[in-house]
Design a binder for this molecule. Structure first.
Ligand SMILES: [Zn+2]
Ligand SMILES: [Zn+2]
Length: 344
């Protein structure tokens, strides 16, 4: 099968012909991939930006960690009746043998491996994952939308961390898919949402198409000018990974407000801590959602697939993945989903 792989610890990705997995190890399932999303992490891995060095030991490794598909085969210990089940999967796998895992604290597993990062992922016809990482999909949920479950769980975790409530004013920084998903989930909670980006016409345009009105492109209007018209925000959620934007937007957070950082930053941010103390504000980080939150996100996607589908700007076959990488890189794309299997 064709697989899009990271072959060496340097810039670039390669298409390679690899053997499809024939048998699943005990407790694992071979999933026939239907759709897989390209995410910022994949771009970083392709560009070989610092922070992914630990992948080197797994290379060559197939990328792709946000996906949907159908179980094609199961390993020992699993029932054959699972074959044919439509699933998505949590990409973070745990070892089951380290001290944390043995103590039931899998979240702190010291040997975590990410599907599509530390072990083969879904930019190929088949991917093998522990069955315990799989989540069943409702029949009505489109497979192309279901592939967005993983990034939407990241969004849901951010909204939870920020304690977004009905009636609040929320500022979202960065209109990539994570920022977009945060905006959608915060709006669904009844919050009023402002989203800012920079040179982000297509991605802000996707938000406009699903009914957001308070959208700011700081390439067109300076941040200070754009935010001057709004009262201080109850919460700010940062999903751009630009340290300067943390310092630049903190002055717009209200007293006792919560600033949540979701973006991955390549440099430290400079923060006025005196102001933070006097205004009794909090800065929180938000990362992976817990396993028990996945089914709620899947249900949300099923209820809102019309809306979410408008955030997918391109669907491409696997062989044209690099076109998608370029578009995502140039921010001309909102979200790119690769359609890998046919009619699952
Ligand atoms: Zn991702
Ligand atoms: Zn472990």
């Amino acid at each position: 099968m064709l697989a899009l792989q990271k072959v060496r610890p340097a810039v670039g990705l390669e298409f390679r012909a690899v053997d499809a997995p024939l048998e699943a190890p005990p407790g694992e399932a071979i999933v026939r991939v239907h759709s897989a999303g390209i995410c910022g992490t994949d771009l970083h891995i392709a560009d070989w930006t610092p922070g992914y060095e630990s992948m080197a030991g797994a290379m060559p490794v197939t990328l792709g960690h946000e996906f949907s598909g159908t179980i094609a085969k199961v390993g020992a210990g699993l029932s054959d009746t699972l074959v044919g089940r439509r699933v998505t999967a949590r990409p973070s796998t745990t070892c089951g043998t380290c001290a944390a895992c043995l103590a039931g604290d899998e979240d702190n597993c010291s040997n975590r491996k990410g599907v599509g990062i530390g072990r083969n992922g879904a930019f190929a016809q088949f991917v093998c994952v522990p069955y315990s990482n799989c989540h069943a999909l409702p029949d009505r949920l489109d497979m192309g939308i279901a592939a967005l479950t993983e990034p939407m769980t990241v969004c849901a975790e951010a909204v939870k961390t920020a304690e977004v409530q009905a009636g609040q004013r929320i500022l979202v920084i960065g209109p990539g898919f994570i920022g977009q998903g945060i905006a959608v989930l915060a709006r669904a909670k009844g919050a009023k949402v402002v989203v800012i980006g920079r040179n982000d016409g297509p991605r802000l345009g996707a938000l406009r198409a699903i009914g957001f009105e308070h959208l700011v492109d700081t390439a067109e209007i300076p941040l200070e000018e754009a935010l001057a018209g709004y009262p201080p925000f109850d919460a700010i959620i940062e999903a751009a990974g630009v340290p300067a934007l943390v310092s630049a937007t903190l002055p717009y957070l209200k007293k006792r407000g919560i600033f949540t950082v979701v973006g991955i930053h390549s440099k430290p941010a400079e923060i006025d801590l005196v102001r933070l103390v006097r205004l009794h504000q909090q800065i929180r980080g938000s990362y992976r959602a817990a396993a028990h939150d996945w089914d709620g996100v899947i249900a949300f996607l099923a209820e809102n697939q019309e809306t979410i589908s408008k955030l997918v700007s391109q669907r491409l076959p696997l062989a044209e993945a690099m076109t998608g990488f370029t578009a995502a890189h140039d921010r001309t794309a909102s979200k790119v989903v690769l359609t890998i299997g046919g009619d699952a």
